[in-house]
Ligand binder design. Structure first.
Ligand code: NAD
Length: 355
């Protein structure tokens, strides 16, 4: 039997509730796939600041680097919004990604047939959507220097180096080779110099993947096309801020932000997390949708641990729960047979996954 060490970072808001459900499901598949997990919890975000004075204690980095993968909930909340920037939960998260070198954020967007009516778009527009946003995660305007503000001006710098673009482009092309071999690179090359470099380098790297069909699109057009005809996209390659915005937009194709998982990968340990935040408005009420986090655990099994059978079981269990009409509150108005709590949804999926 194989044992995997998983670092659990529950974080703030709904983070602890949704991670507990993902763990429940992981343990359920472990027993039937001849694997086991040992978990070590680590603090990050507002809860870490409250206890240690630092939103990202060094111990959290050590525990993460000493594990096979990190399963992450979400951080942040109003309580910490007025702290100095470096003490805020979000700064801890950015630092964490940088420390772990997770430069590629993979965000699959799949529209479940069972939730076709949950999308704000027409069923014929979203039926069959299956795309992957590959977002650069540790460069671009969120990290560029100089940055700062005074009374009258605020400034940030969008900067990418050739090496940063090369590695994320390879990541996107490799993923596309396992899918339908189409990559659309999204930039703003008509206005931004940094985007012109991005476009040139992506085109150069594409020469190493002759089977890939590469296209380029300006980000404003991409935002429109995602709503007009999302099925035209397979792999969407983009930088940090554009990917952040486009993947939240794409999440609404599926009906709820509570459905979408992500994987952040790089040279070292990968971080698997839902794309949503800590949802302080619903924390502690038992109504958060745990599916994005459970699906992130499935991505962890597939990408970090190579446990495809267990991942397949989780994916099938999520589909089955939705097909049978189980819904958390965010999706309650869409063909619900039964509206369930966060914990009930976790148990239903765990039960199906164990079969
Ligand atoms: P959010 O994603 O937390 O919430 C946006 C809306 O979606 C809210 O109405 C929320 O109730 C709903 N929602 C989110 N997840 C849900 C789920 N699983 N089930 C049902 N509904 C869900 O975004 P926000 O409100 O802009 O940010 C809240 C806090 O989260 C902020 O402090 C922000 O900085 C932080 N944040 C953290 C991360 C992260 O940890 N990776 C990402 C984004 C935002």
């Amino acid at each position: 039997m194989k044992t995997y060490k998983i670092a659990l970072i529950k974080g703030d808001g709904i983070g602890p509730e949704i991670i507990d459900e993902a763990v429940k499901v992981l343990d359920a598949v472990a027993s039937c796939c001849n694997i086991e997990f040992s978990y070590e919890e680590a603090l990050m975000g507002g809860c870490a600041y409250d206890i240690t004075g630092d939103p990202l204690p060094q111990e959290t980095i050590n525990i993460s680097l000493n594990s096979d993968a990190v399963l992450f909930g979400a951080i942040g909340g109003q309580k910490w919004d007025n702290l100095p920037r470096e003490k805020r939960p979000e700064s801890g998260l950015l630092r964490f990604r940088k420390e772990l070198g997770v430069y590629a954020n993979l965000r699959p967007v799949v529209v479940y047939d069972e939730l076709i009516n949950a999308s704000s778009l027409k069923p014929e527009v979203v039926k069959g959507v299956n795309l992957m946003v590959v977002r650069e995660l540790i460069g671009g305007i969120y990290f560029g220097e100089p940055k700062g503000r005074d009374e009258n001006r605020g400034w940030n710098t969008m900067v990418y180096t050739r090496d940063e673009i090369v590695r994320i482009a390879h990541q996107a092309f490799k993923i596309a080779m396992t899918r339908s071999k189409r990559v659309c690179s999204v930039d703003k090359a008509n206005v931004l110099d940094v985007s012109q470099l991005w476009r040139d380098v992506v085109t150069e790297v594409s020469k190493e993947y002759p089977e890939i069909e590469l296209s380029h699109m300006y980000v404003d057009n991409a935002a429109m096309q995602l709503i007009r005809d999302p099925k035209q996209f397979d792999v969407m390659l983009t930088g940090n801020i554009f990917g952040d915005i486009l993947s939240d937009e794409a999440s609404m194709l599926s009906g709820s932000i509570g459905l979408l998982p992500s994987a952040s990968v790089g040279a070292k340990i990968g971080v698997y997390e839902p794309i949503h935040g800590s949802a302080p408005d619903i924390a502690g009420q038992g109504i958060a949708n745990p599916i994005a986090t459970i699906a992130s655990a499935s991505m962890m099994l597939r990408y970090a641990l190579g446990e495809n059978e267990a991942a397949d079981k989780i994916d099938a269990a999520i589909k089955r729960a939705l097909k049978e009409g189980y819904r958390t509150k965010d999706l309650a108005q869409f063909d619900a047979k039964e509206v369930c709590s966060t914990s009930e949804m976790g148990s239903i999926i765990a039960n199906y996954a164990a079969k």
